[in-house]
Design a protein around this ligand. Structure first.
Ligand code: BES
Ligand code: MN
Ligand code: ZN
Length: 543
């Protein structure tokens, strides 16, 4: 069950060769498996059977057997189950007896209360995801194994939407990053079991439900891939690992990968990413992953910040909490995960090019210094007044290169770009900045639908003024005010008139533990939003 690999890679490009040994471990628990259950639930002999119930509505189900209805009635009458939403009641069927018979084979029954009053379509889906996240946590707690879930059919959602939210919550909530911890023994002392979820419905729309399950699995697994990258420490996930991963997924149908290495960056004139990289012993990489459908469809350029460790460089960060800067590559991880999922979903109607500029930001003796001037791809000269504002430097080169090379119809970048985003919105909204209202609207909607909400901030010349430099075209940091906006202003220099949106996920990319389906560590924020926005993309015309 261990997915561990010994990686040995040789790097050329710097004036020396570095031999790097990786003992990289991902996770112990395998991906959960899903299946539609079409036998009699009473015959199910797994670890847990789960019923999601709502006060005064649970009786409407045609799915529950007489024995179950009787048991639920008892508990509902006690007032315990519907005391508050999220309330759990556990039954042990071995202790139950119905007319002298033992109706259930399953070890445990979990009754879970949900309250859908005043919920709209999007918030209902989020409630279901949260519910499913709780189910996944409980399933893990009992040591995995077979879990049967009654599809909460009573909600005003299609069976597909219900299944989709449920599966998202289950996959995302089942995620653990435990590769560097000793194996855990389940509470009953038994061996570690794989997780298998059985969905039991009323047999309507089976095809659609199956399709929804499959799609939700792909999207949520992609989130888990992004989480895995993010959770790896910086010595186990380097710019070379980004490039290697890009090459690996480039072998998938419809995907094509090119990696721009240090030498090619030099030839192309990407001095900014090279400048950020100079303080690090590891070479940078710029992965280009193309998802091609048909020429007639528009092209969207995605750019993700792949800063595998951000010490601040010479403008050093304070030591407390600096370990979190291994997460400074979560935007890049999101883009790679999205590219992989697009190919697996077979998303149509859009071509997507994903760029992931990757490097460390360290303070080696060749490191870039405050006051240095660097020339971006395309010619913009930037005065680096703060080496800790490195994200915009590497993104600037990548965005300029991506627009010049692919002439995209829209650009979306995603980055853990500013501490100010955390100060401004905390951990519950990502910041959205855009030069195009339609693109902004589309992303806001996608964020709402996926439970990854965004909040739009303004842009404008009055903010851009903070970046005026006396020696160069621009400087890379303004004063302390409006840090998220000025960072976006910097990026805007590279987009010209192309519709562009910027997602600052500094507050949402990691250690955001408020949700049952989002564990501590990397959250995979942005992956599902981007996939949702790209699904059914049509040309951004005129407006
Ligand atoms: N990676 C950081 C932003 C960050 C901070 C992400 C906290 C997550 C949590 C980025 O490279 C950075 O250091 N930004 C500076 C910019 C400043 C020097 C203009 C910041 O936000 O302090
Ligand atoms: Mn920084
Ligand atoms: Zn950074």
């Amino acid at each position: 069950m261990h997915i561990s690999t010994l990686y040995a890679s040789f790097f050329f490009g710097k004036n020396y060769t570095l031999f790097q040994l990786h003992w990289r471990v991902i996770a112990r628990m395998k991906k959960p498996v899903f299946q539609i259950f079409d036998a009699d639930p009473e015959s199910f002999s797994g670890e847990v059977m789960v019923l999601v119930l709502e006060k005064d509505k649970w009786q409407d189900s045609t799915l529950y057997s007489r024995a179950l209805i009787e048991a639920i009635s008892h508990i509902a009458d006690s007032g315990d189950l519907f005391a508050k939403p999220g309330q759990q009641v556990w039954l042990y069927p071995a202790m139950m007896d119905w007319k002298g018979e033992k109706p259930f084979q399953v070890k445990r029954v979990l009754l879970l209360a949900i309250d859908t009053a005043e919920a709209n379509h999007d918030s209902l889906q989020e409630k279901l995801r949260l519910c499913a996240g709780t189910i996944a946590q409980e399933a893990r707690r009992v040591g995995g194994g077979d879990v049967l879930i009654f599809l909460p059919w009573q909600l005003p959602l299609t069976p597909e939407s219900t299944a989709c939210s449920l599966v998202e919550g289950l996959v995302l909530g089942s995620y653990v990053f435990s590769g560097y911890k000793r194996e855990q023994v389940p509470a009953d002392g038994g061996p570690e079991r794989d997780l298998r979820y059985y969905i039991y419905g009323d047999n309507t729309a089976v095809k659609e439900v199956q399709r929804a399950i499959k799609q939700a699995q792909i999207m949520s697994q992609a989130v888990c891939v992004a989480r895995d990258m993010g959770n790896q420490p910086a010595n186990r996930w380097t710019p070379a690992d980004f490039a290697a991963h890009a090459e690996k997924i480039g072998k998938k149908k419809k995907l094509q990968t090119t990696v721009i290495d240090e030498i090619a960056m030099g030839k192309l004139g990407m001095e900014a990413i090279l400048a950020v990289n100079r303080g690090s012993a590891l070479p940078p990489s710029l992965s280009v992953i193309e998802y091609r459908t048909a020429k007639k469809y528009p092209t969207v350029l995605l750019v993700g910040k792949g800063l595998t460790f951000d010490s601040g460089g010479i403008s050093a960060k304070p030591p407390a909490g600096m370990e979190e800067m291994k997460f400074d590559m979560c935007g890049g991880a999101a883009v790679m995960a999205v590219m992989q999922a697009l190919a697996e979903l077979g998303t149509s109607g859009v071509n997507v090019v994903g760029l992931v500029p990757a490097t460390e930001n360290l303070s080696g003796s060749a490191a870039i210094k405050p006051g240095d001037v660097v020339r971006h791809y395309g010619g913009l000269n930037a005065e680096v007044v703060n080496t800790d504002a490195e994200g915009r430097l590497i993104l600037g080169d990548a965005i300029a290169y991506g627009i010049a090379t692919y002439a995209p119809d829209a650009v979306i970048d995603i980055a853990t770009l500013t501490g100010a985003a955390v100060v401004g919105l905390g951990h519950h909204y990502s910041c959205l900045l855009a030069n195009d209202d339609r693109l902004a609207k589309r992303l806001l909607k996608a964020g709402q639908e996926t439970g990854e909400p965004l909040w739009r901030l303004p842009l404008g010349p009055e903010y851009r003024k903070q970046l005026d430099s006396t020696v160069a075209d621009i400087k890379n940091a303004g004063d302390r005010s409006a840090g998220t906006i000025t960072a976006a202003c910097y990026l805007q220099e590279f987009v010209g008139t192309t519709p562009w949106a910027h997602l600052d996920i500094a507050g949402t990319a990691y250690n955001f533990t408020e949700k049952s389906y989002v564990p501590k560590g990397a959250s995979g924020a942005g992956v599902r939003t981007l996939l949702r926005a790209l699904n059914g993309w049509e040309k951004l015309s005129g407006a």
